[in-house]
Design a protein around this ligand. Structure first.
Ligand code: ZN
Length: 76
């Protein structure tokens, strides 16, 4: 017996694609493909949102530099 590949999201057996337009391999459906994409995005955002005091100080310092540059640009 040949085992069908399982969808990584819902563990449903994925039938071999008969129509290339409805092929969401390795997922069973468009919905599961989108669920996977959302999970990836959420994982990435979690890393971005992680607060690092050293980095915050760097951002504050670079923000002050940007203000100085604005003053120089307006002082024509
Ligand atoms: Zn699925």
């Amino acid at each position: 017996m040949i085992r069908l590949p399982e969808c990584p999201i819902c563990q449903k057996a994925v039938a071999p694609a008969t129509d290339p337009a409805s092929n969401y391999a390795p997922f069973c459906s468009r919905r599961c493909k989108e669920v996977d994409l959302i999970r990836w995005c959420e994982g990435r955002y979690a890393i971005v949102e992680k607060l690092d005091p050293a980095r915050q100080l760097e951002e504050l310092a670079s923000g002050q530099d940007a203000e100085l540059e604005d003053e120089l640009l307006t002082d024509e």
